[in-house]
Ligand binder design. Structure first.
Ligand SMILES: *Cc1c(COP(=O)(O)O)cnc(C)c1O
Length: 366
């Protein structure tokens, strides 16, 4: 068989706590593209790359941590995993658990998760319960159940998740030949912010890279506990994946910011959706709203003069746009985009398109 990418546990086996005894549960996650974004470079004067994590098997970066967490759970004899989720963790846990032949129990806030993600968890045969509360309530319950019943917790409070997720930083360094100057990333529970910082730190310690990037993390304005310095009781934003009022990895994230001379900022929903549109319409990458906050954060910080011209910048975009596509159809002033309807008539369609007939040449017929 021709070579194919082996998933992050096999590709980075020497840098993760896996052994011969670890039954590797993989769907081929990782190895995602790092895409030069000329339109964002033009807008900011920086040298901008986008790490497109929507290209993972279930459409988000959660798969990098889930392959590790489910493999270690199976190694320890678990027959069921449990997680609280704003959507993508449940989709990923469901897929990896079913691939391993074990059960996934997922707790989601009722009415608060995107349809694409809910469909994934159901399709992958998870036991899905909608809790009449928010994400933070779901996580409290999941932790309690895992502490007292035979189910293995696979939220990012489980260090195996962070370990798997750090591999994204390895990939960035491999492609660029060094760490970037800045790394922009969405922040919900701050597990991924923590994971990239760990990955970059290990690369520098091994002498593979020469520096740490400044880690710039962004929360939605209606859900910005780290920026505000206190938990938010009823977090509210269109960016459902980062609608989290009391981040599980809060302290680790503060330490990571200090270690990297980093930054946390808040961005309002209109700016998040505008950035989503810039990325899809100018770069060709479609992401869910939470992911677009990396782009919005870069535009804001570049405008503020924090990102010197020529800086090398990586943006992590965390989840695919098809998970929550409704926002792309929304018009900024309200209402929905309505595609133009036309009859089956070439001349009329050419007219609508503003095309005028070219002089026929002999090669046109080929
Ligand atoms: C989970 C998730 C986040 C937030 O990641 P944390 O590790 O919780 O900070 C951001 N974007 C998407 C699409 C996610 O699924």
């Amino acid at each position: 068989m021709a070579h194919q990418w082996q998933g992050v546990l096999r590709e980075y086996a020497d840098r993760l706590d896996v052994s011969e005894a670890t039954p590797i549960v993989t769907l081929g996650e990782g190895g995602t593209p790092l895409i030069p974004a000329a339109a964002l470079s033009r807008r900011t004067g920086a040298d901008v790359y986008v790490k497109f994590e929507g290209m993972n098997p279930t459409g988000s970066f959660k798969d990098r941590g889930m392959t590790m967490a489910v493999s270690k759970a199976v190694e320890q004899g678990a027959k069921a995993v449990i997680c609280a989720s704003t959507g993508n963790t449940s989709a990923s846990a469901a897929a990896y658990a079913t691939h391993a032949g074990i059960k996934a129990v997922v707790l989601v806030p009722e009415g608060k998760i995107a349809m694409g993600k809910l469909s994934q968890a159901i399709a992958h045969n998870a036991e899905l319960l909608q809790v009449r509360g928010n994400f933070d309530d779901c996580l409290d319950i999941a932790r309690d159940l895992a502490a007292n019943y035979p189910v293995h917790l696979v939220n990012s409070v489980n260090n195996d998740r962070i370990e798997g997720q750090k591999t994204a930083a390895f990939e960035v360094v491999e492609v660029l030949g060094d760490a970037p100057d800045f790394h922009f990333i969405p922040v919900g529970n701050a597990g991924n912010y923590t994971a990239y910082t760990r990955g970059y730190t290990e690369e520098a310690e091994r002498g593979i890279s020469t520096k740490l990037p400044r880690m710039f993390g962004f929360q939605a304005a209606g859900s910005a506990p780290i920026v505000l310095g206190h938990p938010v009781k009823d977090p509210d934003t269109v960016a459902s994946a980062i609608r989290i009022g009391n981040p599980a990895s809060w302290e680790l994230a503060i330490a990571a910011r200090e270690a990297t001379n980093g930054y946390f900022g808040a961005i309002d929903d209109e700016k998040i959706l505008a950035a989503q549109r810039i990325l899809s319409a100018e770069v060709g990458i479609f992401v869910e709203p939470a992911s677009a906050i990396s782009v919005a954060g870069l535009l804001e910080r570049a405008e503020a003069g924090d990102v010197p011209a020529g800086s090398r910048v990586v943006l992590t975009v965390t989840g695919h746009g098809l998970k929550d596509p409704q926002w792309a159809l929304r018009l900024p002033g309200g209402g929905e985009v309505q595609p133009t309807s036309v009859p089956v008539d070439v001349a009329e369609i050419a007219d609508v398109l503003g095309l005028s007939r070219a002089a026929a040449s002999p090669t046109d017929a080929v």
